[in-house]
Design a protein around this ligand. Structure first.
Ligand code: F6P
Length: 509
């Protein structure tokens, strides 16, 4: 077992045993200050952890764990641009895209590159705005899609209206067919977003766009591989840089956010960065006991390792945040879906939970039944927005009352004579509240999750910034492509061979 695993298991196990029969409602009743004291406000974010299944002693153990794992120093290393992504021997400097906090040459250099790239992006967007282009298609996948897509959707109340922004992602040709339907190639620009410029989906969809646009005049790109983007046919003057020190899933703050800036304008794009920067400053300075990202991470670790809960739900009570669970699936599961340490040892404990979720109140009418009465306890992050951007006050009151009701019902449960009508309760949740959904508060919310993920990785002793697990499937798909095209290559796996035969037999032409 690794030192991290030993430390974590050893310090949490006695509290997990002691609290085995504890009930959230009793913990709250026994500790009158708990509801307000296990809460924290940072900038536009408020978090209440009092419905987690921990007491103050267990929290103390978690905070000692943060110290023992040198969590504050790990954040300092992140911000200073140390090569914390060890398997790829590089820093993870997404924070330099939005804040000035690291004092090292590496960070300063990264920051200067980011500022320069943002200025170039602003100029490019201005030129586009001065043209007769009406629509912009973002072509990308994973981190080159999910972040921009989430933010563009979430900030729909802040859209300038200058461009309609579309997202083309899936290698499934029906995505291209439906995205392009109704668009005019003479008034559409495309931005091909790919850090590597080697991603199959983006290259295939980029080819469709390049051909559909009839040339490269309205073809833009964001990439860390400028020569490849140029070779693809994008003019060097229309290529914005990315760097190997930004992970794809942490990249929406870079020029990967081109579609965001196109939708809301540069001022709001900068407000998004400022919101993230506010959380950056907080996580770097605040001690673990008052550190929002660290507390969030510690409660995730408690749920995963002390309570053994295998999944985590994210439940935004704001339709504009409906894409947040999908975004967080990549951020959390690509970052923390690891079972070995950077030295190759088994992590020795459970790491990533399966993250899932959906917007309330819709999901109350689908999977909440299982949250209330299913056999698995699912810890949940509920996210609410205090002030809406619409005038339907009755709807908003209903939304907020449902949000509060669900967290209460999940925690407290309800006894009934008929077991079918009884609610076991004792289901932990954290409530996150935003004053309003603005570029600033959204930036802060996303940065909170980024830093929580990093803190979890430090506590678990794993690397949050690589993703080797996605490579094998890509390689096999490449090898199978000729066989799927009927080019008669040998396929060694007997099941795949049988499936290819079945597909061939059913093909229409
Ligand atoms: O396959 C996973 C992945 O590498 C993600 O980490 C990344 O966000 C996505 O593919 C897209 O990569 P790129 O920006 O290089 O096209």
């Amino acid at each position: 077992m690794t030192v991290s695993a030993q430390r974590l298991t050893g310090s949490l196990a006695p509290h997990a045993r002691r609290l085995a029969g504890a009930r959230i409602a009793e913990l709250v009743a026994a500790d009158p200050g708990r509801a307000s004291e296990l809460a924290l406000r940072v900038g536009p974010l408020y978090a209440n952890f009092s419905r987690q299944r921990v007491d103050r002693d267990a929290l103390g153990a978690l905070l000692r764990l943060a110290d023992d794992a040198a969590l504050p120093q790990a954040f300092r290393a992140l911000f200073e641009g140390e090569r914390i992504n060890r398997s790829e021997d590089r820093p993870a400097l997404h924070v330099a895209l939005r804040s000035d906090l690291g004092g090292s040459d590496t960070t300063r250099q990264a920051r200067a590159q980011a500022v320069d790239a943002h200025a170039r992006m602003a100029a490019m967007l201005q030129a586009l705005a001065d043209s007769d282009v009406t629509d912009l298609v973002n072509v990308g996948i994973g981190g080159s899609d999910l972040g921009p897509r989430l933010v563009v959707d979430a900030l729909k109340d802040a859209h300038s209206g200058r461009f309609r922004v579309h997202f083309l992602t899936n290698v499934d040709g029906s995505d291209a067919q439906h995205t392009l339907r109704g668009l005019d190639p003479a008034r559409t620009a495309a931005i091909l977003v790919s850090k590597s410029f080697g991603t199959q989906e983006t290259l295939l969809n980029g080819t469709i766009l390049r051909d559909w646009l009839g040339g490269g005049e309205r073809l833009y790109a964001v990439s860390a591989n400028v020569p490849k983007a140029e070779a693809f046919g994008v003019d060097a003057a229309r290529i914005l840089p990315m760097w190997d020190w930004v992970g794809g899933r942490y990249s929406l703050w870079s020029t990967v956010g081109f579609a965001i800036a196109a939708a809301v304008g540069m001022d709001d794009f900068r407000a998004l960065l400022a919101g993230a920067a506010e959380i950056d400053g907080h996580v770097l300075e605040a001690p673990p006991a008052r550190n929002l990202a660290m507390l969030h991470a510690l409660s995730a670790v408690w749920n995963r390792n002390a309570l053994g809960l295998p999944t985590q739900a994210v439940l935004p009570y704001d339709e504009r945040l409906a894409l947040l669970p999908a975004y967080l699936q990549q951020l959390v599961m690509e970052s923390l879906g690891k079972s070995v340490t950077p030295t190759g040892d088994a992590a020795g404990l459970d790491t990533v939970p399966a993250l899932w979720g959906g917007a309330g109140t819709n999901s109350q009418h689908s999977f909440f039944q299982a949250l209330h009465q299913g056999t698995q306890t699912v810890p949940a992050d509920f996210i609410g927005v205090v002030n809406p951007d619409h005038g339907y006050a009755d709807n908003h009151a209903a939304l907020l009352s449902n949000l509060l009701a669900q967290t209460e019902a999940l925690a407290n449960g309800h006894a009934a004579e008929d077991p079918q009508k009884a609610y076991p309760g004792n289901r932990p949740s954290t409530l996150l509240l935003l004053d309003a959904l603005t570029p600033h508060s959204l930036g802060a919310l996303i940065a909170l999750y980024e830093h929580s993920v990093y803190a979890q990785s430090v506590l678990w002793g794993i690397n949050a910034f690589d993703q080797w697990g996605v490579e094998l499937g890509k390689r096999i798909a490449g090898e199978l492509l000729p066989a799927v095209k009927g080019e008669g290559v040998e396929v060694s796996d007997p099941v795949t061979r049988a499936l290819l035969d079945e597909i061939a037999a059913r093909r229409r032409s």
